[in-house]
Design a protein around this ligand. Structure first.
Ligand code: NAD
Length: 501
């Protein structure tokens, strides 16, 4: 029996009315398990009306009261962790522990947002001039929207709405149509935590809903995470319509390995960060760059048996290293990239295409693939594959290794493995990438720092969450005040711009 999912508007679940739906798969079985309604522009407008009606009162609550709702929400998410993770695994395909990590990384942003009374304290200058004080405050934008990708259906909505609603905005979430159930459950938990109806909505849908968000005059800011072509589209359309936009895009993250690195650690990290979540992470390691011929040969020798012995299994199997890919179409896209790599002359060391799991023949599974001798001239190197595929691109020296991620179109994350502090410091300073790991494979900044890549990995100039998130979801107002003081002389009209004398 295929379930029919809903939108969440005005504090309650509502059925879709557009007559358009998308299939939500169980990727382990390869079967449709639910239908998600695709909103029309009218349905989106209804959510905006409800959000607008609720926002002013929400913003008028003192920040401590808003934080208390988030505290209650955090406790509820922890209580429902197993249910959230199970739902997530069954739609996305990632393993249960990885789904819990997805929820936890989002919850860490909610924990950060619980500090909103402190974060919203403005600045004050006493005596900026004679009898003059000056202060600045951060005010919410109003109604804001977030458009999220399939690969972190809990974390990425929480990156956005945790900070947005703490700041006093009303937030409309347009989740990925591939795995929309978790944001709907989060909506229930926010309501249970005491969030007034309308402050958080979920509008499901496809391009029609996204375009309606981009065109609606009452949506003041749009936060987007997804692939680069769409991120660029959202950025261009949203800013042309006068909105504030941050739009995170795709990635191709390199791990540079210098000859003095701890190779056991490197191999463990490449296997985890390359194949975890079937490589469907924007901070996955997609390219390993060993420096020097001998190191390259040794790395391949050690990686090969590890890739061959990866345990690919149903997402609820406790022994799974990773589960199926999200959809049949995405699996096919990854297979096509493997074929392209082979055709372009990369050496295929392990080929995951033949993988099949007895009893799950229709599931979207793919074994791990390992390529050697990949180079910048190859399309399969230039593009994001987003699957369980690790490409080894050998470099002759440090400068050649530094140039690879620096010259790549994407600049999300990068890692360097070395015991040489000077080399690591030099690399971190010069590499043209937004997030750098030193002996750390997935350098995702913690909630109280901010997340964002460079080049085609992010459009707009304000990062996600942390202090940058607070900046994104607020506008600054600066007040200059003078009170008539006893005995103070009036100065009369001045036709000259006031300056500090
Ligand atoms: P996607 O771009 O296909 O979808 C993202 C969102 O855009 C979804 O909500 C989707 O419904 C919407 N969308 C899809 N097609 C659209 C169109 N034509 N017009 C308007 N909206 C459209 O991305 P995905 O496949 O869900 O997610 C994977 C991608 O996200 C990868 O490229 C990955 O690197 C990227 N990602 C980036 C980050 C980051 O922070 N940089 C984080 C996670 C994922």
């Amino acid at each position: 029996m295929v379930r029919e999912l809903t939108h969440f508007i005005g504090g309650r679940h509502v059925a879709g009315t557009s007559g358009r739906f998308g299939d939500v798969f169980n990727p382990t079985l390869g079967e449709v398990q639910a239908r998600v309604p695709f909103a029309s522009a009218e349905e989106l407008a209804r959510a905006v009306t409800a959000a607008k009606a609720a926002q002013a009162d929400w913003a008028a609550q003192n920040p401590q009261k808003r934080a208390r709702v988030l505290f209650a929400f955090k406790a509820l998410v922890e209580r429902h962790m197993d249910e959230l993770a199970r739902r997530l695994s069954l739609e996305h395909g990632k393993t249960l522990p990885d789904s819990k990590g997805d929820v936890m990384r989002g919850l860490e942003v909610v924990e950060f947002a619980c500090g909103i009374p402190h974060l919203l304290k403005g600045e004050f200058t006493e005596g900026a001039g004679p009898g003059i004080d000056m202060f600045s405050m951060r005010q919410p934008l109003g109604v804001v929207a977030g458009i999220t990708p399939f690969n972190f259906p809990a974390m990425i909505p929480m990156w956005m709405f945790g900070v947005a609603i703490a700041c006093g905005n009303a937030f409309i979430c347009k989740p990925s149509e591939k795995d929309p159930s978790v944001p709907l459950l989060l909506a229930d938990l926010l309501s249970e935590a005491g969030l007034p109806p309308g402050v958080f909505s979920v509008v499901n849908g496809d391009k029609v809903a996204v375009d309606a968000i981009l065109q609606h005059p009452d949506i003041k800011a749009v936060s987007f995470v997804g692939s680069s072509a769409i991120a660029h589209y959202v950025y261009a359309q949203g800013t042309a319509a006068g909105k504030r936009v941050q739009a995170m895009g795709g990635a191709k993250n390199h791990a540079i390995i210098l000859p003095d690195a701890d190779l056991d650690q490197v191999v463990d990290d490449l296997i985890g960060a390359g194949y975890g979540s079937a490589g469907e992470r924007c901070m996955a390691i997609a390219v390993a760059v060993p420096v020097g011929e001998a190191l390259g040969n040794e790395l391949i020798r050690r990686l090969k048996p590890r890739v061959e012995s990866l345990k690919v299994a149903p997402s609820l199997d406790p022994d799974a290293n990773y589960g199926p890919l999200v959809t049949r179409a995405h699996r096919q896209k990854v297979i096509d990239y493997i074929a392209m790599g082979e055709k372009e002359g990369a050496e295929i060391i392990v080929d995951g295409r033949g993988f099949a799991l007895q009893g799950y023949e229709n599931g979207f599974f793919l074994g791990g693939t390992l390529f050697d001798k990949v180079g910048p001239g190859m399309q399969s190197y230039q593009d994001e594959i987003f699957g369980p595929v690790l490409q080894v691109a050998r470099a002759a020296n440090f400068e050649e290794a530094l140039a690879l991620p620096s010259q790549h179109q994407y600049g999300n994350g990068v890692a360097i493995y070395t015991r040489d502090g000077d080399a690591a410091r030099d690399f971190a300073s010069r590499v043209q990438v937004g997030m750098v790991g030193i002996n750390v494979p997935i350098p995702v900044p913690l909630a109280y720092h901010s997340f964002g890549g460079w080049k085609r990995s992010a459009f707009g100039d304000v990062n996600q969450h942390g202090p940058e998130g607070v900046r994104f979801y607020t506008k600054i107002k600066t007040v200059t005040q003078r009170w008539p003081s006893k005995g103070g002389a009036r100065e009369g009209s001045s036709f000259v711009i006031p300056t500090m004398k």
